[in-house]
Every structure is written in C-alpha cells, then in structure tokens.
Write a new protein. Structure first.
Ligand code: AHR
Length: 516
C-alpha cells in the first residue's frame, strides 16, 4: 500500500528475520518554487550536563591528566567537535542546573567546594569545571553559549549576579572578580534560561506559579546593551500544551523563547525503556513511531504560540531531545550511559527533518547529550574516544545549517511490522546560501531498499553527489576497537533524466545528496 503524506508535510541481534526482498517504492517531489524558512544553525545545537561522565572525563580531565588536554579540556574531544561544528552548547543542566550555584565553580580550583550531585548518581562534584572552564571549552569548539540558570534552589539575586559576572564590561565588583579569576573581557552570553523542567526536577511547579516566577527572574537578567541574551522560559514536558498556553498567556511578552523536551523511549516506559543494542524489530519500529510524534508535538505547541504571538517573535526551542534507553549493563544507573547505533543516527535524521519543517518557530534544539550521556556524539573510555553513529548523522546534515528549507512532497510505501507501520521513506530539502540544493532521504525499512523517484519540477537535475550512512545490522555501533562500523561512504548517484532521477536507497539508510 502507498500512503501519501499531506502536501505541506512537505516536506538481534537484529538481523531481523528477513522479509520481502523486492524494493519498496516512493516518490519525492522537491518544491523548489516554494522556499520556506531559513533553518537556523542553532537547530544543530548540543547539551552538556554535569551528569555521569558527560563533563567530567568526557570533556574535563584536568591539567595534570595524562590524557592530552589544553587547560584541562581533552584535545581529542575538542578536535572531533570542532570538525563537526557545534553552533550552540547548553550547560550546566538539565536537572543539575537547579542545584548549581555558580560561585562554587569560580576561583582557584583547589579551594572550590565539593557538592553532591543529588540528581545524577549522588556523586561528588568538585566544581573543577565551572563558568570559566565552560566558556573556555565553548570558545575552543566555536559554540555560542546557552547558560541555564537555577530557579529551583537559587534566588533572583544569585541569578542576576551570575549574569553580571559573565557580562559586565565596567568596574563593578563582580567584573573585577571575573578579572581576578583570569578573564578580562566579558563573555558574550547568547542564551540564558530561567530554570529547567520547572514542572518536575526543577521544582514541581504549576505553570501559573512558574509563569510569575519567570517574570520576576527574567526582569533581573540585566546586561550591557550589546550583549543581550535570548531569555528562555522553561517549557513543557512533551505534549503538555497546557504548560505552553499558561506561559504564553501570562509571560509571553517577557520571553524570547520557550522550550519543550521530548525523548524517544522505545517502549514508552521510564522503568523499562528498552536496550540500546540487541533490540527486537518491534523496538526498531516503535522507536521510529515515537520519534515521529515530535512533529505533532511541535505542531500543537506552535498552534498555541501562534495565538499569542502570531508574528513568531518567540521561538520554540527543543532544548532536550534524543533517544533514552536502559543504561548499559554494569554501569551506574544515574550516569545514563548508553550505546549509540545506526538506529540512533536515523532517529536524529527524522528529528532534523521535522525541525526543518518547523523552522519558522523552532530556532534552536539541543540533543541530549554531547559526550557519554544518552544519545551522545562521542563516547570515551579513559584515553580512548570514538565518534558515534549520531555524530555522523549530524555531520551529514551540515549543509542544511543556515540553508532555506524547501518543502518536499513524499509519497511512500509503508514499512510494516505486525499491526504497526510507519512511512518508509522520509525526506527533507534545503537550498544553501550559494544556491546549491541539498536533499536527505531516509529509508526506515530494515529489509527492503527503496526505489525513489526524485523530482525537481521545472529543473534539470545535474551534478549531484551523495553520501550514504548505513551498516550491516540495525544495531551496528562504533567501538573503540572498530570505530568505523557506522560511517558515511560515497554514494554513486545515477544519471538523471531531465527533472527526474531514480535511485535506490538501501534498507535502513540515510542518504544525503548535494548539488556540487
Ligand atoms: O538529559 C537528562 C535529563 O533529562 C535532564 O537533566 C532533564 O532536564 C531531563 O529530564
């Protein structure tokens, strides 16, 4: 059966019992005459929390570590992230943000207090990685900074003083303290959030209560005129549109953005989420079904925002998203360490496609998280480091950053399993600033290649080059011993006929085509 996606949707181990050998069919029409919104590079942002081995070991090893580092920050991780490009980095949480007191993380490291990270494993944080170290790291990788303030256990004064410490360009006592701690010039503060998940770990608040608190805190985010951060309100849990409604109604005028968090759990159960590898085919299917809900979630929050903010001044930021599995056997439950397979790369691709469609409102997202936590770009083990499948998905989508979204119309066979089904082929397209067109095609069927008829009405298709990301099994991972099991490879693009091109997208694959 062929299903038609609505025009403006425009847009194991796991060698599962083999199924239909013949390829499935799909057609993708790129509507080059209907350019959409610019895809903000911030959509490809990341998140690093004081959680497990995310910051400590993953980024920070300390100056005396045998692991090669620059001012305590590991060189291999910086090199990998610089190569990828990280448009924006969120820190220090997450739930951790609402227990973080910024003064703990400044001054001589051997005099900083140690605190218990009560949310994540009860481990002791020696505060070696504080504001200066974070800003140094962000500068090293070329990322804009997104600092998340503490509402849950902080105060308006503490938050206001942190902002002043980072941004004051005068001789205030806090600016002098920053200088005494080694930073003369203020840092550019791009984004600042007032609390995190204030409906949950950030304080279990009601939206009415938080809306008032937000207004109060946001009033005191005071910075020099040329260094105004975007003020972000802590947003909804997944599909909870009531939260967005109340916040937009009561505090919309005081914010530049509101967030939303949505994670993909294969089984949809927090106590039994499903494994990162060696999963049954039913969880390959359910992972994508649940990922595809992101579209409805953004549509529904967007509709509410449109009522209060028809000009779309306020952005919707998905500042936490990604897969969340059971932790790897034998690892600390509180560290959220999970493997990262080809499935994760395709989850990232599907989310990117959805974010592109919502680019008019969605102007930043932050995958959770950057290193060693949840759907990470990078995994480390002592001195060893490996780039994950998700890293490669981010790399393949680089041409879409800052490009103008071009709607696509997709007509595709379904990928079916028992009573469940999802559209097999997903697509997105965009035109970059130099005028080159980029198209990403994802085939979620783990058994069948997709014969895709690509159309660019009114245009002669020429000079396309392709990169393909696939692997031998759906749960293929990169390991320290075999780091290239999942990595992009060149794809030979067949010759086009006028405005049409027929190509075979292999099973379980992401293909990115770019005009040269
Ligand atoms: O990313 C892990 C956690 O997930 C964050 O700390 C929290 O905001 C969310 O619940």
């Amino acid at each position: 059966m062929t299903i038609r996606l609505s025009a403006l949707l425009l847009s194991s181990v796991v060698s599962f019992s083999a199924a239909q050998a013949e390829s499935l069919r799909a057609s993708v029409t790129v509507q080059t005459d209907r350019p959409g919104s610019v895809i903000d590079p911030g959509i490809y942002g990341q998140f690093a929390e004081h959680l497990g081995r995310g910051v400590y070991e993953g980024v920070w090893v300390g100056e005396s570590s045998p692991i090669p580092n620059t001012r305590g920050i590991r060189n291999d991780v910086v090199a990998a992230l610089k190569e990828l490009g990280v448009p924006v980095l969120r820190w220090p949480g997450g739930c951790f943000a609402d227990e973080y007191h910024w003064r703990d993380g400044i001054g001589p490291r051997n005099q900083r207090p140690t605190r218990i990270n009560t949310t994540w494993g009860g481990v002791v944080d020696d505060n070696a990685f504080g504001t200066h170290e974070f800003m140094d790291f962000a500068e090293m990788i070329g990322a804009e900074v997104y600092v998340n303030g503490n509402v849950g256990t902080g105060s308006v004064q503490e938050m206001a003083e942190w902002v002043e410490y980072m941004t004051a360009d005068n001789n205030s006592t806090l600016a002098q303290l920053r200088r005494a701690n080694g930073r003369d010039k203020p840092w550019r503060l791009h984004y600042f959030a007032v609390g995190n998940e204030t409906w949950g770990c950030g304080g279990n608040m009601r939206p009415e209560f938080y809306a008032d608190l937000y207004r109060q805190y946001a009033t005191f985010i005071k910075t020099p005129r040329d260094n105004k951060p975007q003020r972000i309100a802590s947003g909804a849990n997944g599909s909870n549109t009531e939260w967005t409604e109340v916040l937009m109604r009561e505090a919309g005028k005081h914010m530049d953005a509101i967030s939303v968090h949505y994670y993909t759990l294969p089984r949809g159960e927090w106590k039994d989420k499903g494994a990162a590898t060696r999963f049954p085919e039913s969880e390959w299917m359910s992972t994508f079904k649940r990922t595809l809900r992101m579209d409805e979630i953004l549509t529904n929050h967007g509709k509410i925002m449109d009522r209060y903010d028809p000009q779309r001044r306020v952005a919707l930021l998905v500042d936490e998203w990604g897969t969340w599995y059971d932790v790897e056997p034998g690892t600390n439950e509180g560290f959220l360490y999970q493997q990262n397979s080809l499935r994760d790369a395709l989850v990232a691709a599907i989310n990117f496609n959805i974010f592109h469609r919502h680019a008019a409102r969605v102007r930043m997202t932050n995958i959770a998280q950057m290193v060693n936590v949840l759907q990470a770009m990078i995994l480390t083990d002592g001195p060893k480091m490996v780039k994950t499948a998700t890293y490669h998905a981010f790399a393949l989508y680089k041409p879409f950053r800052g490009a103008t979204h071009v709607p696509v119309e997709v007509s595709t066979a379904e990928y079916k399993l028992d009573a469940e089904s999802v559209p097999a082929v997903h697509a997105t397209a965009a035109r970059d600033q130099a005028g080159a067109l980029h198209i990403a095609l994802t085939n979620l069927d783990p058994h069948r290649a997709a014969t895709v008829e690509l159309r660019l009405p009114g245009q002669t298709i020429k000079a396309l080059q392709g990169q393909i990301l696939t692997a031998a099994s759906t749960d293929a991972i990169n390991t320290f011993e075999a780091p290239d099991a999942v990595r992009p490879a060149p794809f030979k693009v067949p010759r086009a006929r006028g405005d049409r091109l027929q190509l075979e997208v292999p099973a379980k694959a992401l293909l990115v085509l770019s005009q040269r």
